[in-house]
Write a protein that binds this ligand. Structure first.
Ligand code: NI
Length: 251
């Protein structure tokens, strides 16, 4: 059930029986030699829509650009400043809270968003006790990274051993291949990309990141991705998060 596909009257009726809304959030950033720039946004959006359908829960418009300053040395990457993103999440949540939504289940596709999204939640909660604050009535927000379910780690281990990596993972590339088979990339630089640069130390800004990880990957072997495995990973993410959203709605 997508918010954008309802009329205002349908949303008003929904709010008579539920105040839960799923918030897909991703990023628009390089994903190595064969990963789509939109990987984190399209995966979180597709998972959110499937979970919304399975639980009859409203799904908000996807927040498709996130905190990705460290990817900015690669063409096509986009980023919000942390302060912009905190303000934007606050405005999304407060707009919806104005109509009666009060439980916000964020399905996140990008690890680099986590600290900023959690800071945004704290801003929203803090506003509740500040003069002129906007968190009225009180709301609750929850952040769930789609690749971190209890059964997901074992599945990735089973499929890829220690080759899944940390960025431009085989798993996320596989999910995009399942969702968008017409956009599977191949050719020179992809089929022969070879092993990744190991993660020796953390990075700071985009230039530092690119110096350490010249093709954009961190520790991953995404040439091993297949749409078939992508379907397994997608289905597991949807089933795990479906249970969690159903439980969240009852709290
Ligand atoms: Ni990603």
């Amino acid at each position: 059930m997508q918010l954008q596909m309802q009329t205002w009257a349908e949303v008003e009726r929904y709010l008579e029986t539920s105040s839960v809304i799923i918030m897909p959030i991703g990023s628009t950033e390089q994903h190595g030699p064969n990963g789509l720039i939109g990987t984190d946004a399209v995966t979180s959006e597709a998972i959110a829509r499937a979970v919304g359908a399975a639980t009859d829960t409203m799904v908000a418009p996807t927040i498709a650009v996130g905190m990705a300053q460290h990817h900015m040395a690669f063409s096509g990457s986009m980023t919000l400043r942390p302060a912009t993103m905190i303000a934007m999440i606050g405005d999304y949540v407060n707009s919806l809270a104005h109509h009666g939504f009060d439980k916000f289940f964020f399905i996140n596709g990008h690890g680099g968003n986590s600290a900023t999204v959690e800071a945004a939640f704290q801003e929203i909660y803090t506003a509740h006790i500040m003069p002129g604050g906007s968190n009225e009535p009180s709301v609750r927000c929850y952040l769930r990274n789609w690749w971190q379910g209890p059964k997901m780690g074992p599945l990735a281990k089973d499929l890829y051993g220690d080759k899944d990596g940390m960025h431009a993972t085989i798993s996320e590339v596989a999910v995009t291949q399942y969702l968008f088979p017409e956009d599977i990339k191949s050719g020179p630089g992809i089929d022969d990309m070879g092993p990744p640069e190991p993660l020796r130390e953390r990075w700071s800004d985009g230039n530092d990141y690119r110096a350490k990880f010249p093709d954009g990957r961190i520790g991953s072997h995404p040439y091993l991705a297949t749409p078939e495995a992508g379907k397994q990973i997608f289905d597991l993410a949807v089933s795990e998060i479906t249970e969690e959203v159903a439980a969240y709605a009852k709290r």
